[in-house]
Structures are given as C-alpha cells and as structure tokens.
Design a protein around this ligand. Structure first.
Ligand code: SAH
Ligand code: SF4
Ligand code: F3S
Length: 444
C-alpha cells in the first residue's frame, strides 16, 4: 500500500445550510488541532474537505464537478474528503464514481477525521457514515476563534419527514445538545470575540433541555440563560418549524431585548391540500396565526420563510394560494425553490410531477411578489435609527457593513471596527441592503 505524506495544509469548503457552515468551522478547528494549517488564499491545499449539501439536485451534482476540478498546480490530486449530507446519502456511490476521494464522512461522524486521515495516509479509502449514540461534540476541541457573529448548533436532525426532504435521512433523528454544554460553548465564543450568536437546528424550536436548576426548559429558557452572558449583545435562532412553536418562545421576543426581532418560519406552500401531501402537519391558517402571535409580542418583527413551487400535483389554483400567503404574511425576506425530486423520498415517485417550464414560471411570479415585499420592508426602515453590528469592511474606503436587528445588511462610512455596535440613522434602501449615517456623525 502506498504511503501518502501527512497533509500540512487544509481547506474546508462548505455548501448548504448554516449548520453545514458550523460543521465546517468545527472540522477546521479539529484539523488545526492536528497541526494542519489552513491553506493560504489562492494556494493549493494538501487536504480538501468538501462539506456537501443534498437538499436539491444541483447541490449533489456540484460535488462531482468540484472533485474533478481539485487538481493542484503540479497536476497531483490533494487528499480529498467528502463530508456533509451527500456523503451520508451517497457515500458508496461517491467512492465508486470518484476514485480521487479517499475519505467519506457523514455529519455525525466528522470528529473521526484525524483517525481517517491517518488511515488514508496508509493508502486505504475510508468511509464513516455511522450515527453513533455518543455525541461528536464531546470529541471536538474547545472553541478558540470567532468572528463578531457566530453560529452555535443546539439541535440536530429531523423527525418531521416532509415528503420532499432528505434531511431526516442525512441528519438522523432530532437530538438536543445539553444546556450546560451550550452555555459553555457560547461563553467561549463570546470570549473569542462573538457579539452575536445564532442558535442553529434543523428544527431549532424543538430544542429542550435541563437548566442549571434541573428544570426542563424549551428554547426560550436557553435563550434567557444565554442573554445573561454580559458581552453577548444579540441572540438569533433558525430554523423553526410551525408545529414546535410555543407561546414561551413567542413571549421571549417581547421581554428579552437581546433576542433580535427576526423569525424564519418556513411555510413551503399556500394550499392545505399541498401542505398535507407534503406532510407539513400545519395548515395555512395555523401558520398565519403563529405569525400574528409573533407580531403581537414584537410588532416590529421581521418575518422570513421558505417556499417550494411545483410540488407534485400542485395546480395553478393551488399555486395562486401560495401568492395569497405572501400577501397575508408581508415577509421581510424569503427563500424560494423549485421542487427537486430527491431519491428515496416519497414525493419523488408521486403522480403529477410538474413540468420544468411551469415551475420556472411559478417561481418567477413568486419571487416578484417576494421582491416587492422585501423592497417595501426595507423602504420602511428609512428615517429610523437602529444599532448595527459591524461585520466587515465595505467595498469603498472607510465603508463598513453590518447587520441591523432585522438582519438587513447596512452600509455606512465612519471610524468603526469589526465587532463594534454602532447607532445609525437609515438613509436609503434597496432590495438587499440599507445605507446609513452614524448618529455620532449626525450630531457632530
Ligand atoms: N428544517 C427546515 C429547513 C430544511 S431545508 C424546515 O423545515 O423548514 C431548507 C429548505 O429547502 C426547506 O425549507 C425547503 O423550502 C427547501 N427544500 C427542502 N427539500 C427540497 C426539495 N426536495 N426541493 C426543493 N426545495 C426543497
Ligand atoms: Fe426537511 Fe421538513 Fe425536516 Fe425541515 S421539517 S428538515 S423540510 S423534513
Ligand atoms: Fe443541505 Fe444537509 Fe443542510 S442537505 S441544507 S447541508 S442539512
């Protein structure tokens, strides 16, 4: 068996949802702990981890084309590991189709990467897509680095089995991480520079745990305990499921100032018949009623959602009902997708698959409506004052970009630094960003 020299540098490329971004950061920390350094920008890495997403067709195809393009300047191939949801769903197919891949590692097994790299170094091709009962989090290094806005996975997996979706198969059953471990990780992120933490979960509002007093609490209990961390300024959470929503979490938006006025609550479709076929187990009315309860608790809350157009059997009239939901909800921003049949999911073999042109036409109409509402939402911010958490430099000299409480990107020029919270007046708006002037400058 050939022996490959141990990798000196790595690159982790993450695709898909924020939970994959979080996993990518944890894998990077794990590799750094092994003495492997991040490859400098623009230079080849000895080890490349493709942290993949399986949610829609193009996402999986992209993995194979990425593998093909990973040749290094000298013509050699780096050590390639495929991680994430495509690894979990299609591990053996990847090994068959892509000989350059030496490691396949699922989302619940990536703490084993160092061991797998050693085995690959001995010339073996290794796969680990187990979903062990023991949590990978216990085996990962402590958090030492963070930008101003950090992700923290609090809940993993999904028991909902929406008929179009691969996540229950790629991420396994719903599991909540323990309260104490999360408070500890949040404190470390704050010590490392985080001012904002976004709590992540495929069904984040299904999180439950036992607090320091031994009481069983829901997500709002965790949020309240995290709000007690002095240097943590902002808390967000995503993605919620309508069926796991509690009045406790809604109320927290009214009485926890550090909890930002933003809710991402996917509805997927506007017809009760389609929702039933999707196995969503909420109706249009029950969904809209939840939005109203949030608006009652926090009138300025920014709402967001996900939509799928062209689910099998969706008629023109049923699609019109989706547009009605948009009108009723008045979203700040949304994600919308064409239905993509996923292998092994019930919807993939349902009758009435919708032709591609019909899906495109529906998506265009839906996105026009969503765009209209995003523009209107952003335009309503003009003239208001708010706080912006500075995340990065802007394109122009002296310009900074940060987030408003409502998750809008705000551009402004001032003497500022990353991680600072700056009070501004919003002066202009566009589809995906706002312009602002710092209040200190207006007063001067
Ligand atoms: N757990 C979240 C999000 C899961 S995936 C939830 O339940 O809402 C993110 C989004 O991808 C979903 O909300 C859905 O809108 C979209 N999606 C999932 N499977 C899809 C498929 N097969 N085709 C098109 N869009 C899909
Ligand atoms: Fe997928 Fe539905 Fe679970 Fe969301 S709730 S991850 S859409 S199965
Ligand atoms: Fe994609 Fe897996 Fe996330 S399929 S959306 S990376 S849970």
């Amino acid at each position: 068996m050939p022996t490959i020299t141990a990798p000196q540098t790595y690159r982790v490329k993450s695709f898909g949802c924020q939970m994959n971004v979080y996993d990518g950061e944890r894998m990077a920390e794990l590799l750094a702990e092994q003495g492997i350094a991040p490859a400098p920008e623009g230079e080849d890495a000895d080890l490349v981890v493709l942290n993949t997403c399986h949610i829609r067709e193009k996402a999986a195809e992209k993995v194979y084309s990425d593998i093909g393009r990973l040749r290094r300047a000298d013509g050699s191939s780096p050590l390639i590991a495929v991680a994430g949801c495509v690894a979990q769903a299609e591990g053996s197919e990847i090994m068959r189709r892509a000989p350059a891949v030496k490691m396949v590692v699922g989302p619940q097994a990536y703490h084993r990467l160092p061991e797998m790299i050693r085995e690959a170094g001995e010339g073996r091709r290794v796969t680990d897509t187990d979903m062990p009962a023991q949590t990978k989090f216990d085996a990962l290094p402590r958090r030492r680095k963070s930008g101003p806005s950090a992700f923290l996975t609090v809940q993993e997996g999904c028991d909902k089995f929406c008929t179009y979706c691969v996540v229950p198969y790629t991420r396994g059953a719903e599991v909540s991480r323990p309260h104490a471990a999360l408070v500890e990780e949040a404190k470390r992120l704050v010590d490392a520079g985080a001012r904002e933490i976004t709590l992540l979960g495929q069904n984040v509002n299904a999180w439950t745990g036992e607090n320091a007093k031994g009481h069983s609490v829901g997500l709002e209990g965790l949020i309240r305990d995290l709000a007690a961390i002095p240097d943590l300024a902002r808390i967000r959470y995503t993605t919620s499921h309508p069926n796991d929503m509690t009045q406790g979490l809604i109320d927290a938006h009214g009485d926890t100032p550090k909890l930002m006025p933003f809710l991402h609550l996917p509805v997927q479709a506007g017809s009760d018949r389609v929702l039933k076929a999707m196995n969503r187990s909420h109706t249009v009315d029950s969904y809209l009623a939840i939005l109203e309860r949030f608006r009652a608790a926090r009138p300025d809350i920014a709402l967001s959602g996900d939509f799928i157009v062209g689910f099998p059997g969706e008629t023109d009239a049923e699609f019109e009902e989706t547009l009605n939901v948009v009108d009723a909800a008045r979203y700040a921003q949304c994600f919308s997708f064409k239905y993509s049949p996923r292998p092994g999911t019930p919807a993939a073999t349902m009758d009435g698959q919708v032709p591609a042109e019909v899906m495109s036409e529906r998506l265009t109409r839906l996105q026009a409506a969503l765009m209209r509402d995003s523009l209107a939402f952003n335009a309503r911010a003009v003239g208001k004052t708010c706080e912006v958490l500075v995340e990065r430099k802007g394109k122009l000299p002296g310009q900074w970009v940060g987030k408003s409480p409502w998750l809008q990107s705000v551009h402004f020029s001032a003497d500022a630094e990353i991680g600072q919270i700056v009070s501004v007046e919003i002066t202009s708006s566009a589809l995906t960003s706002l312009g602002a002037v710092p209040l200190a400058m207006l007063a001067a």
